[in-house]
Design a protein around this ligand. Structure first.
Ligand code: G3I
Length: 492
């Protein structure tokens, strides 16, 4: 995991220094945008790199000797995931006897070309070696931790992101954990796995990875979301969530996919599309690929996409022709749509939003509660925390100091006199938190006559995804809907 421990009091300074540098770089990059936008890239990896993203493929070690395969792989992609070679049965076939030769072939192929490697996967109910399948309890928990320590330790420093835990939730409407021998070692097995991976490879992004978590309304999606939110609130070292995104008639792409990606990102994790394949053909398939790419591009924290194989006949579901190349290497309509979508964005993942005209409705200087129009609930600092970086939420209005906001002439929304409502970023899904007041624009807000509150730096609206107690507040493109409307009600 990246930057897991930050010395209090120094974080903001470092963030500001970095963001100052980033602003200069961004300004330079934006000035180059028209030229780059015209010069469309001709391969998937290069096109994705324009916005700082990667485009990867699942790779099988035994195909690296097939020149038709490697010709496409080497030309088009800049990231890989070993399809089976890093799984538990492959890397620890007998207990404490580790083999990495097949995985190493893929890792070396990638690293020698400067590509990223996604590690897949350290803890999973499936593809366990026989000795592990028959284990339970403490012996299994210890074996899992040892496996993570040894495998993540062996690849320490080489892996961009690890799928630390794979597929730990049930399908269907229960939202429950999947019953497995790992689950039976205790409900904390997932966080134990993340802590072990964190210790073994502190620089890798640590991901939870699953399928059927793409549709925002599905119970499994919500269950994983709640787990990630809980992990973030308790400091469990999780950096990212992988969305496998195997789309087919039983699990079709839904236009709320973007909401899913941005909602997870708003929890403070990166999101990655990790095993993309879309069954079908022709224009329909191409349009779905286009939508998926556009959804990733619309979410600043979507790091990149990986397709689960190179050609249709390399796919685990080859009969569904779900990939971007035909078996003979011909580019499909899905390829063209994917490339066009990747090329449609210039450098910088997030478009600049427009800022509505501000009309303050509350005189500066008086304390108010900020009430959500849809929920009737107030913007609240959880547990009256005074810790920098505490995310604000909706909660039943209580007129206490942790819901008492003073709008200043400098456009700050102050709480406790010395802390300010602060945007942790400027993109869609950026967390809204409290932080020691300073003079930067990420702590300045316009309170608009249309009921929205917009960030001066981002131009985006304060936004909540639900109306319940604990619903987190984030930035999002202003959309005119009730979940972005608030009123300041005087407390004096
Ligand atoms: O290599 C042996 C071969 O020697 C043997 O003759 C043959 C007999 O069936 O099996 C071959 O191994 C197969 C292996 O793929 C390599 O082709 C396994 O049986 C087969 O089970 C295995 O399937 C893999 C599957 O995970 C196992 O769960 C797929 O390749 C792989 O694409 C798939 O990947 C998973 C992700 O890890 C997690 N998300 C879902 C995704 C698709 O199921």
């Amino acid at each position: 995991m990246i930057s897991r421990t930050r010395p209090p009091g120094r974080t903001r300074l470092r963030t500001l220094t970095i963001s100052g540098t980033a602003a200069i770089v961004a300004a330079l990059v934006v000035s180059l945008l028209p030229n780059l936008a015209q010069a469309a890239e001709t391969t998937l990896g290069a096109a994705a790199a324009q916005s700082g993203r990667y485009f990867g493929a699942a790779v099988a070690a035994n195909k690296l000797s097939d020149s038709a395969y490697t010709t496409i792989l080497n030309r088009e992609f800049n990231a890989v995931t070993p399809e089976n070679e890093m799984k538990i049965d492959a890397t620890e076939p007998q207990q404490n006897n580790f083999t990495f030769s097949n995985a190493d072939r893929i890792v070396n192929h990638a690293l020698s070309r400067g590509w990223k490697v996604r590690g897949h996967t350290l803890a999973w109910y499936s593809q366990q070696p026989g000795w592990m399948q028959s284990m339970e309890g403490t012996a299994l928990r210890n074996a899992m931790l040892n496996h993570i320590n040894r495998v993540a330790g062996y690849y320490r420093g080489k892996i961009y992101s690890w799928d630390v835990v794979n597929e730990a939730f049930e399908d269907g409407n229960s939202g429950a954990r999947r019953n497995s021998n790992l689950q039976r070692t205790g409900n904390d097995w997932i966080e134990a796995a993340f802590r072990a991976a964190d210790a073994a490879d502190p620089d890798a992004k640590l991901c939870y990875n699953d399928y059927n978590t793409d549709n925002w309304t599905w119970a499994k999606t919500q269950a994983v979301y709640n787990m990630v939110r809980d992990f973030k609130s308790r400091g469990v070292p999780i950096d990212c969530v992988g969305f496998q995104s195997h789309f087919n008639p039983n699990s079709p792409y839904n236009s709320n996919y973007r909401t899913t990606l941005s909602s997870f990102a708003a929890l403070g994790v990166d999101v990655q599309i990790t095993e993309l394949d879309i069954e079908g053909s022709g224009t329909t398939q191409a349009n779905t690929y286009r939508n998926v790419v556009n959804d990733c591009l619309a979410v600043a924290r979507c790091n990149g996409l990986t397709v689960w194989g190179v050609r249709d006949c390399d796919s685990w579901r080859s009969s569904g022709t779900p990939l971007l190349f035909e078996c003979n290497g011909t580019k499909k309509a899905a390829y063209t749509a994917t490339l066009e979508a990747l090329n449609s964005t210039g450098p910088g993942p997030t478009p600049t939003p427009t800022t509505p005209t501000p009309t303050p409705t509350t005189p500066p200087g008086s304390a108010s509660e900020i009430v959500g129009a849809q929920s009737g609930r107030c913007i609240d600092v959880p547990n009256a925390s005074r810790t920098n970086g505490t995310r604000v939420q909706l909660y039943d209005c209580n007129r206490q100091t942790n819901q008492s906001w003073t709008y200043t002439s400098g456009k700050q929304l102050q709480v406790y006199g010395s802390m300010c409502l602060d945007a942790a970023g400027s993109g869609n899904g950026a967390a809204v938190q409290i932080y020691s007041c300073h003079s930067q624009t990420n702590q300045q807000w316009n309170i608009n006559s249309n009921g929205t509150i917009t960030g001066v730096q981002s131009g985006r609206c304060l936004d909540v995804w639900s109306t319940t107690n604990g619903a987190q507040v984030q930035l999002y493109d202003c959309n005119g809907q009730a979940n972005q409307q608030f009123r300041l009600a005087s407390l004096t």
